[in-house]
Design a protein around this ligand. Structure first.
Ligand SMILES: Nc1ncnc2c1ncn2[C@@H]1O[C@H](COP(=O)(O)OP(=O)(O)OP(=O)(O)O)[C@@H](O)[C@H]1O
Length: 228
C-alpha cells in the first residue's frame, strides 16, 4: 500500500533533513501508529504521501501510484484515494454536518442520488445518526472529529492518514475516536495514525513506527509507546 525506498527530504530553509534515508512498507489493511518527538518528521511523511511536497531523493509508491513520477494532472486522483483527518478537525463552519460530508463527494462530481444515499449511511457508521442537520459549532470535539472521519472515508479511500486525531480530545473521547478508526481499518482501509498518546498506543498493540530526527528508529509489530 505504502512503500518508501531510501527517502530523504530536506527543506530548503532548514539544516538537517526532515526525513533521512527512510525505507518502509505498510501493507494493505494494516493499522500503524507513527510516533516520535515534535519535529521528527511525521507530518513531512504524510505530506510526501499526498505529493504536497517532493522528496529530495528516494522513491515513493502509494497503492497504484508511483508518487515521484505522477504527473500533476493525476495528483487529484492520488489525493482522492487518501482520506485525511487532522487534530483541528478542519470542518467547513458554514455547512451542516451532512453538508460537510456531502461536499467531499460533490467536489469529485458524484451524482446527487449517490450523495443522498451514502451520507446518512456514513454518518450512522461513525455514530452521528440524528445529527445530520447540526452545525459544527453545535458539536462537541469528539463529534466534530467523527464528522471529519465521515468526510474522510465517505469515498472509501484505500488509505486513511490521521495526524494526531485525538490531540484536542479528552481521554475517553480519544478512545471513542480510535475505536471508530479501528472499525474503519477492520473494514479494509489501511490506517496510519500519528500520535503522542501513549495510552492509546499501549491499549491498541498495533504496529508502531517510531521516528527520531527524520529516521525510522523502531518498527514493532504489536508495539507499545516505549520509554520516549
Ligand atoms: N515547510 C518547512 N520548511 C522548512 N522546514 C520544515 C518545514 N516543515 C517542517 N520542517 C522541519 O522539518 C522537520 C520535521 O518536521 P515535521 O513537521 O515533519 O515533524 P513532526 O514529527 O510532524 O512534528 P509534530 O509532532 O510537532 O507535528 C522539523 O525540523 C521542521 O522544523
Amino acid at each position: 500500500m505504502i512503500s518508501l525506498d531510501n527517502v530523504t527530504m530536506k527543506y530548503k530553509a532548514s539544516g538537517r533533513p526532515a526525513l533521512q534515508g527512510l525505507t518502509l512498507d505498510v501493507d494493505k489493511g494494516e493499522f500503524a501508529f507513527l510516533i516520535g518527538p515534535s519535529g521528527s518528521g511525521k507530518s513531512t511523511f504524510f505530506r510526501l504521501l499526498l505529493k504536497e511536497d517532493k522528496p529530495t531523493s528516494g522513491d515513493i509508491q502509494v497503492g497504484q501510484f508511483h508518487v515521484n513520477k505522477l504527473p500533476s494532472r493525476r495528483v487529484p486522483l492520488l489525493r482522492q484515494s487518501i482520506g485525511c483527518v487532522f487534530q483541528d478537525f478542519r470542518l467547513l463552519q458554514q455547512k451542516s454536518v451532512a453538508a460537510n460530508v456531502a461536499f467531499a463527494l460533490e467536489v469529485i462530481g458524484k451524482p446527487r442520488s449517490t450523495i443522498e444515499r451514502v451520507v446518512p449511511e456514513v454518518l450512522e457508521y461513525v455514530g452521528l445518526a440524528g445529527k445530520a442537520d447540526r452545525m459544527p459549532y453545535e458539536l462537541s470535539g469528539g463529534e466534530m472529529q467523527r464528522v471529519a472521519i465521515a468526510r474522510a472515508i465517505v469515498n472509501r479511500p484505500l488509505l486513511l492518514l490521521a495526524d494526531e486525531p485525538t490531540g484536542n480530545l479528552d481521554p475517553t473521547t480519544s478512545e471513542e475516536i480510535v475505536d471508530v478508526l479501528d472499525r474503519v481499518n477492520r473494514r479494509g482501509t489501511t490506517v496510519v495514525m500519528a500520535t503522542h498518546d501513549r495510552h492509546i498506543v499501549d491499549a491498541m498493540r498495533r504496529r508502531v513506527l517510531e521516528f527520531d530526527m527524520g529516521r525510522l528508529v523502531r518498527d514493532d509489530q504489536r508495539g507499545v509507546y516505549g520509554v520516549g
